[in-house]
Design a binder for this molecule. Structure first.
Ligand code: UGA
Ligand code: MN
Length: 259
């Protein structure tokens, strides 16, 4: 089965580095279709050129987060969810494609799986083979997240019975975006399922999954959720102290060089 990966991304100094790392992982994954959704008013040359040269099968979309929904410089990172509008745009594209598909292509979509991969996390290749066969929603541990070494679904007798998490375990699905994949069939048959850009901190994943499944339906992967195959790494913002100082003297780095 095919894997559709939806990645929200936005312009910042480390963007091309993040996308490079991610694409080099995806190049090793068979049958992967990358849906890159820019948080921008139009496609940017950097991402357009990057994707064209990537060697991956991809779809390039864009959807600007409205200003009142976007974190402002200096806001604490928990104030507003990130990437919600972009993931919804990816879902819209999938549903449009799903509605138009016929015959063999429609049959292929029946089996496909959808995964939301942020541009800064770290993904093992094994993760994609774990999620490839997903009937409804598959789940697994996520490393270095939520102020913990890892969070994970707790499995008893092959079923998910609760979650190991350090914070509000009673959320409907206390699980990071990187910790689940959904069958495309479920996405197509539940057109109301989307991410709520106004969701409270920690409830973005639940806002989507609530429309699709209950705890009982979850399919535990990664050896019954005993292996960490994805890490919620976050990239440090590069310091530009020297750059700023040189720029004031007219000696900044050549702006025509893409970084
Ligand atoms: C955590 C979760 O892992 C995210 O999946 C979730 O969206 C986020 O919290 C949240 O609650 O909003 P975190 O590392 O804090 O992740 O978020 P980022 O990695 O900064 O952003 C998630 C994705 O959205 C990234 O792919 C990023 O490129 C994108 N993004 C971020 C935008 O498209 N626009 C922005 O303004 C910021
Ligand atoms: Mn992140």
């Amino acid at each position: 089965p095919r894997i559709y990966v939806i990645t929200p991304t936005y312009a910042r100094l480390v963007q091309k580095a993040e996308l490079t790392r991610l694409s080099h992982t995806f190049l090793h994954v068979p049958q992967l279709h990358w849906i890159v959704v820019e948080d921008a008013p139009q496609p940017t040359p950097l991402v357009t050129d990057f994707l064209a040269a990537s060697g991956l099968t991809y779809t390039h979309l864009y959807k600007l987060t409205p200003k009142d929904r976007k974190l402002q410089e200096g806001d604490p990172s928990w104030l507003k969810p990130r990437g919600a509008e972009q993931r919804n745009e990816g879902l819209r594209w999938l549903r449009e494609m799903g509605a138009a598909a016929k015959g063999k292509e429609a049959a292929a979509l029946e089996e496909a799986v959808v995964y939301f991969a942020d541009d800064d996390n770290t993904y093992s290749l094994q993760l994609f083979e774990e999620m490839r066969y997903t009937y409804r929603v598959s789940v697994w541990p996520v490393g270095l997240v939520g102020g913990m070494k890892f969070e994970r679904p707790v499995v008893e007798d092959g079923k998910v019975v609760r979650f190991h998490t350090g914070w509000r375990p009673n959320r409907p699905f206390p699980i990071d975006m990187a910790g689940f994949a959904v069958s495309l069939r479920l996405v197509l048959t539940n057109p109301q399922a989307r991410f709520d850009g106004d969701a409270q901190m920690g409830f973005l994943e639940s806002s989507f999954l609530q429309h699709l499944v209950t705890l009982d339906d979850l399919e535990p992967k990664a050896d019954l959720c005993t292996k960490v195959l994805v890490w919620h790494t976050r990239t440090e913002k590069p310091k530009m102290k020297r750059e700023d100082a040189l720029q004031k003297q007219g000696l900044g780095s050549d702006p025509d060089v893409e970084v």
